[in-house]
Design a protein around this ligand. Structure first.
Ligand SMILES: Cc1ncc(COP(=O)(O)O)c(C=O)c1O
Length: 396
């Protein structure tokens, strides 16, 4: 592609995708925990779990070291193993499908809806077989999938696990928050997520027995952890080890950040929503016809990603060229995602009809969004896009 002559002033600072919004409060909370002498998993983690449970409206929350671990453990407690099939969308981050592979199960890829970019009851039911044991629903971009409708469409013995890495704070159609469905629901607190603790994750659920098992599994299989051994005089040093577990626990340092982020989450969500509205108004005003991922109501979308469909026929420039040109203009645009069935690891995967996924794969582009962004940032991105698109259209 010929480099474009720049008409507007190039911003000097890179506008990164998913910059975390940390205030002095998070910094003070980390300092407090560091000074306390207890930075591993302890009282701060327990408090964060309680506060998350109240925010989400889920009786049980178990924190872990990542959403990747959360997905793995969630499928493990659903007894997924070799010979089982787990239906997942191909349009997702690799962790969603990898979780099934870790357990020796077979991920089966299904298609998504062209507007919500999420799985639908129809796209999942089309892949059901006698071996289907679970479905992992991805709330793509932060859009809350109607899991009640999916439950009605599936046989009772097929478990629903939710990959809510993007969707903390979003609401299902019935108004409850993602995570309160009673399914096993996995969240990410990775660096670029709406609630960030650098890394980390959590599992929300209602089944107390599964939650207790998850608490052991994240701590090597031990039925007590260091905090309870050191603080509860009636706990002997010797803990029970009945099952092989993993070292996947969270830490108090992360929980200190998470507790402040959680208090600020709704305010940060409001800013994200305003940023989306600004993008939509500006793109409409500039009149180059880009569709964004659709949400039926504002509160059903956590606005983690702002994904647009940039169709060559309408823009005159390929999505990949547009991505490179935006990056050259200091705009951290990105692609979510290259579909998993096109990756070498999954080249022999079991898959159904994936025509919508493949159509989207060539056209989707994620624009920067975050609670630290300003309207000026949005106007810069949309002006650069307008310039690039207009430049290519007039060369047609
Ligand atoms: C849809 C989805 N699922 C799972 C994950 C894994 O999250 P983590 O990085 O916390 O392991 C991510 C990470 O970005 C994701 O986007």
């Amino acid at each position: 592609m010929e480099p474009e002559p720049l008409k507007t002033l190039l911003r000097s600072e890179y506008l990164s995708f998913g910059k975390p919004d940390f205030s002095e409060e998070e910094i003070a909370a980390v300092t407090r925990v560091m000074r306390s002498g207890w930075v591993g998993m302890g009282s701060e983690t327990l408090a964060f779990e309680k506060e998350l449970s109240a925010y989400i409206g889920a009786p049980e929350v178990v924190t872990v070291n990542s959403c990747t671990s959360a997905l793995f453990l969630a499928l493990l407690v659903e007894d997924i193993g070799p010979g089982d099939e787990v239906i997942v969308p191909s349009l997702t981050w690799c962790a969603t499908a990898n979780a099934a592979l870790y357990l020796g199960a077979t991920p089966v890829f299904c298609d998504v809806d062209p507007h919500s970019m999420c799985v639908t009851p129809q796209s999942i039911v089309a892949q059901l077989t006698a071996r289907t044991k679970a479905v992992v629903v991805v709330h793509y971009g932060g859009y809350a999938v109607d899991v009640e409708a999916l439950r009605r469409a599936l046989p009772e013995d097929v478990a629903i696990v939710e990959d809510a890495a993007h969707a903390l704070g979003a609401r299902y159609p019935d108004g409850s928050r993602v995570g309160a469905s009673g399914n096993t629901v996995c969240f990410s607190f990775y660096a670029n997520k709406n609630l960030s603790t650098a890394d980390g994750g959590a599992i929300a659920l209602s089944d107390q027995v599964k939650a207790e098992r998850l608490r052991r599994l994240r701590m090597s299989g031990m039925d007590s952890n260091a905090w309870s051994r050191y603080t509860n005089p009636s706990t002997t040093f010797v803990a029970g080890l009945a099952e092989l577990g993993y070292k996947m626990n969270y830490t108090d340092l992360q929980a200190a950040i998470g507790r402040v982020q959680l208090r600020r989450l709704d305010a940060m969500a409001d800013i994200r929503q305003q940023i989306v509205v600004r993008y939509c108004n500006r793109t409409e005003a500039l009149g180059w016809g880009v569709d964004f991922q659709r949400a039926v109501r504002d509160d059903c979308h956590a606005r983690h990603l702002l994904v647009g469909i940039f169709d060559l026929a309408r823009t005159g420039i390929t999505r990949n060229d547009l991505l490179l040109a935006l990056r050259a203009r200091n705009i951290g645009a990105s692609i979510h995602y290259q579909p998993l069935h096109t990756m070498p690891l999954y080249s022999d995967s079991v898959r159904g009809e994936l025509s919508v996924t493949e159509w989207l794969a060539e056209r989707i582009l994620t624009l920067p969004i975050g609670a630290l962004m300003t309207y000026d940032d949005v106007d810069y991105v949309t002006s650069q896009l307008a310039e690039l698109i207009a430049g290519h259209r007039c060369h047609e």
